[in-house]
Design a protein around this ligand. Structure first.
Ligand code: NAP
Length: 289
C-alpha cells in the first residue's frame, strides 16, 4: 500500500469513539487512490477530547470535511455553520463539508439506507414500512424514507430513552411530508402484529442482535413474519443476525447493514468532491459478504 502524500494533500477524517474498527479509512483512501485525488482520511478518537477545540483545529487546518460517528452526531451541531434540510429534520449529522471555511452538516445514513434497498429491487414507495428503533440511525432512516415517499411509517420503540424522540419524529414527518407516521410501543404485541401484516418492509434500527448480544432479536414471535416482508437489519456485525435467520426461515428475503455503510460513504464522498465513488471496486474489496 503506498499513498503519495504531498505538500498539497488535504485532510479529512472520522470523529467519534470507538473508531479503530472503522472501514471508512480504507473505503475513502482507496477511493482517493483510484481517482488520483490528493486527499487523505484518518480516524480521530474523541474519547476525553474537547470537541469544540477539535472542530476549531480542523477548521483552521482547512480539512475538506469529516464524518461523525457515535457519540458525536448530535454533539457536533452547535459547532457547525449550517445544516442540510434533512440533517435539520433528523437533528444529527454524519458528514461535514468545509465550504471555504464554513462547516455545513449533512446526514447520509438515511440516503445510504434507501440506496441499499435498491440492490434488493425494493422501492420505498411500494408499501408501508415498520421501523424498529428511534435512536440516531432510526431517525435518519425515518426522515429520509418519509422524504423519499414511503406512504406509511410505523415507528416501534420500547418506552425507553428514545420514546420521546419516536414521538417527535412522527410529529415532524406528519407535519412536513405526505407520509403518515405513527408510534407503537414494542411491548404492544397485538399492534405490532397488525402493523407487520400490512407492511412490506421491516427495518431493524435497534442495536438488538448486534455483537456480542447475537442471540437477541427484536421480533421474538416468528409467526409475525410473512413472505411479502423484506426484512432488513442495519446491523452488520454479525452479517447474519438472529432476526435475519428467523425471517429467512419464515420465507422472507433478508439483508444486513453492510451496503448502508457503503452507500452512506458514497453519498458523503459525493458531497465532498462532487464525484462518483467507484462503488463496484470498493464493494468488491471491502464489502463482499
Ligand atoms: P442508538 O442511537 O443508541 O439507538 C439504539 C436504538 O435501539 C434505540 O431505539 C434503543 O431504544 C433501541 N434498543 C437498544 N437496546 C434495546 C433493547 N434491548 N430492546 C429494545 N430496544 C433497544 O444507536 P444507533 O446509532 O441508532 O445504532 C443502532 C444500530 O444501528 C447499531 O447496531 C449500529 O451498529 C447500527 N448502525 C448501522 C449503520 C450502518 O451503516 N449499517 C449505521 C449506523 C448504525 P432506547 O433508546 O429507547 O433504549
Amino acid at each position: 500500500m503506498s499513498y503519495n502524500i504531498t505538500g498539497h494533500t488535504r485532510l479529512g477524517g472520522l470523529l467519534g469513539t470507538p473508531v479503530s474498527h472503522s472501514i471508512s479509512p480504507m473505503m475513502y483512501n482507496e477511493t482517493f487512490r483510484l481517482l488520483d485525488l490528493d486527499f487523505v482520511y484518518l480516524c480521530f478518537d474523541t474519547a476525553g477530547a474537547d470537541l469544540a477545540g477539535l472542530v476549531k483545529a480542523l477548521r483552521d487546518m482547512n480539512v475538506f470535511g469529516f464524518n461523525l460517528t457515535m457519540p458525536e452526531k448530535e454533539r457536533i451541531l452547535p459547532f457547525l455553520d449550517d445544516l442540510s434540510p434533512a440533517a435539520r429534520m433528523i437533528g444529527a449529522v454524519n458528514t461535514v463539508k468545509n465550504e471555504n471555511g464554513r462547516l455545513i452538516g449533512h446526514n447520509t445514513d438515511g440516503t445510504g439506507y434507501i440506496r441499499s434497498l435498491a440492490d434488493h429491487h425494493y422501492d420505498i414507495t411500494r408499501g408501508a414500512m415498520t421501523l424498529l428503533g428511534a435512536g440516531g440511525a432510526a431517525s435518519s432512516i425515518a426522515i429520509q424514507a418519509a422524504l423519499d415517499g414511503v406512504p406509511k411509517l410505523h415507528i416501534v420503540n420500547r418506552r425507553g430513552r428514545s420514546w420521546q424522540n419516536a414521538l417527535r419524529l412522527a410529529d415532524e414527518i406528519n407535519r412536513s411530508t405526505s407520509c403518515q407516521a405513527d408510534v407503537t410501543d414494542m411491548a404492544d404485541l397485538n399492534t405490532l402484529r397488525c402493523i407487520l401484516e400490512e407492511s412490506t418492509l421491516l427495518t431493524n434500527a435497534t442495536s438488538m442482535g448486534m455483537a456480542p448480544n447475537t442471540e437477541l432479536s427484536p421480533i421474538a414471535d416468528v409467526s409475525m413474519f410473512h413472505p411479502n416482508l423484506l426484512v432488513s437489519d442495519i446491523i452488520y456485525n454479525p452479517r447474519n443476525t438472529r432476526l435475519m435467520q428467523d425471517a429467512a426461515a419464515a420465507g422472507c428475503v433478508t439483508c444486513n447493514g453492510m451496503y448502508m455503510l457503503l452507500y452512506q460513504g458514497e453519498a458523503a464522498f459525493r458531497i465532498w468532491t462532487g464525484m462518483d465513488m467507484p462503488v463496484e471496486a470498493i464493494r468488491e474489496k471491502y464489502f463482499s459478504r
